[in-house]
Each structure stands twice: as C-alpha cells, then as structure tokens.
Design a protein around this ligand. Structure first.
Ligand code: QV4
Ligand code: CA
Length: 517
C-alpha cells in the first residue's frame, strides 16, 4: 500500500524520472528483451546460459505459464494459451518445477523473466464443461465455474456488460471494451476485491519465484483503476536477485492506433504501454508504402505522435500481428520478409526511443486464401501427442526444428549489443539524402547507415567516432583482430566512407566502439 502511494508521488512529482514499475529491471548494461514465443522452460533456461547472457540480452518474455484449456478444433492452436483454466503453473512449456529451474538459471546469468499475464478473462464461453486442460483442472463455462481458482458466476462481468450478445460489439464504447467479452472469453469482474486478490496471489507466486515483471495481456479490456488495484497487492521482487524494494516491471498491452474510445494515456501512469504505432509505421516506411521515406524518420518517436519514450515498450512485430491477429495489418515486417525485417529491427535498436523487444518466432505453414492466412492458428513445432518440440541448435548457431530464432540472426544479435554499447548516448550527426538513405550516430559510441533506395550509395560522413578501423557488425563482426565482413576506416577528423549497394544482402552498416580493431 505504502509502496503504491509512493509510486503515485513519484509519477506526480518527479515525472521524467524512470521509477518503479516503469523500470524494466534489466541489468544496467542491458537494453532489450526477447519474446521466446511458445518455448519450453527447459529450452529457455539453456538459451539464457548459452546465448542470451553472453550476448547481452536483458530478459525474456515468456508465453503464459498458467494452465489453459486444451483446444482440439483447431488442433492445439498457439492461442489456447490465452484461455486460462486455472493459475497452476502447468502448460505445454513445462510444469512448476521446470519453471522454477528456468527462472533461477536465467536470473543467475542476469537474464530476467517477464511473464505474459492473462488476467482479463478465463477461457472462451464455448469450452463447455470438462477438464480438458493442461493440468486436468475442471471448468464449467455454462455455470461460469473454475473450482481450481476458485471462481464462480459472481466473479464474471455478465451482469455489468450491456450488450445483447455479451461480447464487445462496438470498440467506440469504452464500457463495452472493458466490461464485455473479447471474442467470447469469459470476462472477469476485476473491480471485485476477491478477483483482484486471486490474480495478485498468482502473480505473487511468480514474483516470489523470481520473475522481474509482467506483460499485462488485453490491458485495454480492463479499467486502469482495476489494474492499479492489482498492482498495489504485488510483492517486491525476490531479493536473491533484485535490490530491496524493487517493484515488478509492468508493461500493458494496449492497442491504440488512434481513433478509439480510449487511449494509452489512461495507462501510462500505471506502467509502460506497448506502442503499436511503432511497428505499424516503421513497416510503412521500410516498405515505402504511402509515399513514406526513411528520411522522414528524422523526428521518429514522440514527433510521430507516439507516447513519451520512457513509457513505451516497442517492437517491430509481435506474436499477434506477425500472423494477422491484433492490429497493424499488412505493413508489419516479420521474419517472412527477412531482409526488410532486419533493417527495421536494426533501426529500432539503433534509435533511442522506447524499451525494445525482439520477436523470436516459430515457422508455420502460412497459406493465404482470399488475403487471409487460414493457418494463422497453427501452434508451435510439436509431436503428435501435442507436446512441444525442443529447440535444436544448428552448427552455424541458427535454430532448427521449425524455430526461427530471429534473436540469433547475426545482424539482430549484433544490434542488441550495439544498443547496449550506445546506451544513454544522444542521437546526433543525422544525415539523409532526402530519400531512403539515412545515417545517424549515438554520441561518440556508435554510428549506423542505411540504404533503402534502389541505387547504390557511396558517401563520406561525419561519424563522431575516434579515428581507427571498425568492423561493420551487419555484414560480419569483429573476431579476434579481424573483421569478418566490411571494414570501415574513420579518419583523423572522424569522417568515414560508406559504400552500400542496393543489392547488398543487408543494405545497412553499423559500427561501434567495441567493434574497433
Ligand atoms: C470465436 C469468435 C467469437 C465467438 C467465439 C465462439 O471470434 O466471436 O464468440 O468464437 O466461441 C480464439 C479464437 C476466436 C474465438 C476465441 C474464443 O481465435 O476465434 O472466438 O478464441 O474461443 C489470442 C488470439 C485470439 C484467440 C484468443 C483466445 O489472438 O484469436 O481467440 O487468443 O484463445 C484485440 C485486443 C488485444 C488482443 C488482440 C488479439 O485488444 O488485447 O485483439 N491481444 C491479446 C493477445 C492475444 C490474445 C488475447 C489478447 C486474448 O496478444 O494473443 O488473443 O487473451 O486487439
Ligand atoms: Ca474486461
């Protein structure tokens, strides 16, 4: 209680200082987290130790760890995990023992765990009565009973919702958006102290195990005051890994592309908020849709109508909009458009705006019928019995078995490191050609150049870096005392020549002080 009151004071009085639930809680030389979508806890633990820790990743967003109903039609879709059956830690990703082991091992190498918290609703109304759930907990959606929590009919919003169908019919009505069912998912009465307590109990179990924060799923469908009430009940983080009095990082999923009955501004006092305009607009720019050009990125950030930087959680794509769910539509750049995706992620990680998240996906048999992907539901690589396949690692460090592992792509991994190296440095020395060739520096620590025009680029630019030879971390990287890709010479007066062909595999170049020969 006192802690939250304090939180209020901080928000009100010391605005601008990143405090409490706005702070991602990553180690101070780390600046990004990766969403290991649908990964097993065992694989995440191994990935923290063998890859994420050594390469400077700050943390992992995991898929919902609580028990969900098993959906058989279609066959085990990824989205069944957004249909809770109870708060037991028991899913296709693993059981509680494996979860604890993951959190401990990741925390021990300074890579923290962020839980996708599905607290707006339980499963869909159509699930019926049974115990076909990942841990066998029973449910009865007709009677609205979830005895393993327990929740009963009084804990749902059926009376509060005023639409005839019981579902959200009009997104222009904020009451419907909060009190009615999102795609028939049983909507919890979050204003009830009892419901808030049950949710807080669940989140506190996770906090005590050692997680560092939460993605609040479907936050737009909950009243800000109710989310705040849940936050007030949360414990401080486990002092085995975090400083005394550290609050969980909160980032709320609110899709606000403008023109809705509610806005992200209602949520930025509680914690960070997903800035969905970011990926949608960056996709337009890199795809050159609607006359957009990279030179227009000069005032990227608040200048584009985004929320304030220290409240924003940003990504190029997420698990929804990479497959046509949620918002953003056709402009979103995913691993399916690898070359443009890498440029977008490269730009995001070089630019100081927001707290950055990398998407790490699994491949699915995409199949467009009349413009819609009829396989948008397909779940993670799995065996016939429904269990999720292990992530395998190829000799060249990429992943196998259908796991895409964008975070292991050299260009992306190296840009995660770039962001760490230039952390806190201002964006300076902007240059552009009025079209799609741009360049900018981050203090005297790093410099990046893009050529998204259809012609070759050969320019000499002021980099701000000290003289010497640097390895381009996109076409290669520094290994020992050699560059495996392009090498860039910075002169006595900080100038460097950049040649980027429009046909280059990746038409951008990035250098930083830690990649100097
Ligand atoms: C369907 C119909 C309903 C009908 C119902 C009848 O759509 O109109 O009433 O059948 O039973 C799945 C199905 C969906 C089905 C629903 C209930 O896709 O067709 O309803 O289950 O059975 C994910 C998926 C959803 C999925 C849901 C639950 O994206 O397709 O629904 O999980 O399994 C908005 C929100 C935003 C949301 C985004 C997708 O503002 O909050 O849509 N994003 C988050 C998550 C997302 C998740 C949810 C919210 C729900 O990122 O992954 O939805 O937890 O923009
Ligand atoms: Ca709701």
């Amino acid at each position: 209680m006192t802690r939250m009151l304090l939180g209020f004071v901080v928000v009100g009085v010391l605005a601008g200082i990143c405090a409490a639930q706005f702070n991602p809680n990553v180690l101070c030389d780390r600046t990004s987290i990766v969403h290991l979508f649908e990964w097993r806890w065992e694989d995440i633990a191994a990935e923290c130790e063998r890859y994420l820790g050594p390469n400077g990743f700050g943390g992992v967003q995991i898929s919902p760890p609580n028990e969900n109903v098993i959906v058989k039609n279609p066959d085990r879709p990824w989205w069944e995990r957004y249909q809770p059956a109870s708060y037991k830690i028991c899913t296709r990703s693993g059981d509680e023992h494996q979860f604890r082991d993951m959190v401990t091992r990741c925390n021990n190498v300074g890579v923290y765990i962020y839980v996708d918290a599905v607290i707006n609703h339980m499963c869909g109304a159509g699930a019926g009565k049974g115990n076909v759930s990942t841990c066998g907990s029973p449910y009865d959606t007709i009677k609205r009973e979830f005895p393993a929590v327990p929740y009963s009919s009084v804990d749902f919003n059926d009376k509060k919702c005023k639409t005839e169908s019981g579902g959200i019919e009009n997104y222009g009505d904020a009451n419907q958006v909060r009190d009615c069912q999102l795609v028939s998912l049983l909507d919890l009465a979050l204003e009830k102290e009892y419901v808030q307590s049950k949710i807080a109990d669940y989140l506190n179990v996770l906090i005590d195990i050692g997680v560092a924060g939460f993605r609040v799923d479907a936050a737009k469908h909950m009243w800000p005051g109710d989310i705040l009430a849940v936050n007030r009940k949360l414990n401080d983080l486990n002092t085995r890994w975090f400083h005394n009095g550290t609050q969980p990082f909160i980032y709320q999923e609110v899709i606000d592309l403008g023109g809705e009955a509610l806005s992200v501004n209602e949520y930025i006092g509680i914690g960070r908020v997903t800035e969905f305009k970011y990926g949608a607009k960056l996709g337009n720019v890199i795809r050159k849709l609607n006359g957009e050009k990279m030179s227009y990125l000069k005032n990227w950030g608040e200048g584009w109508g985004f929320m304030q930087s220290d409240r924003a959680l940003v990504f190029v794509d997420n698990h929804d909009n990479q497959r046509g769910h949620g918002a953003g539509g056709a402009s979103i750049l995913t691993f399916w458009d690898a070359r443009l995706h890498k440029m977008a992620v490269g730009f995001m990680l070089a630019h100081p705006y927001g707290f950055t998240q990398i998407m790490s996906s699994f491949r699915w048999p995409r199949n467009f019928v009349n413009g819609k992907d009829v396989n948008d539901w397909v779940g993670p690589p799995s065996y016939n019995n429904g269990s999720t396949m292990a992530v395998t690692i190829n000799e060249d460090t990429t992943c196998g078995s259908g796991w895409v592992c964008e975070h292991r792509w050299r260009q992306i991994k190296n840009m995660v490191i770039f962001r760490n190296v230039v952390n806190g440095q201002a964006l300076i020395n902007w240059w552009d050609n009025g079209n799609n060739q741009i360049a900018f520096g981050r203090g005297r620590a790093g410099f990046i150049v893009f050529n998204n025009d259809n012609w070759d680029m050969d320019v000499t630019l002021y980099t701000g870096l000290s003289p010497g030879k640097y390895c381009d971390i996109i076409s290669g990287q520094k290994e020992g005392n050699v560059c495996t890709g392009k090498q860039i010479s910075v002169s006595e007066n900080s100038l460097a020549n950049f040649v980027i062909k429009s046909s280059d595999e990746d038409p951008f170049v990035a250098i930083h002080v830690n990649a100097k020969l």
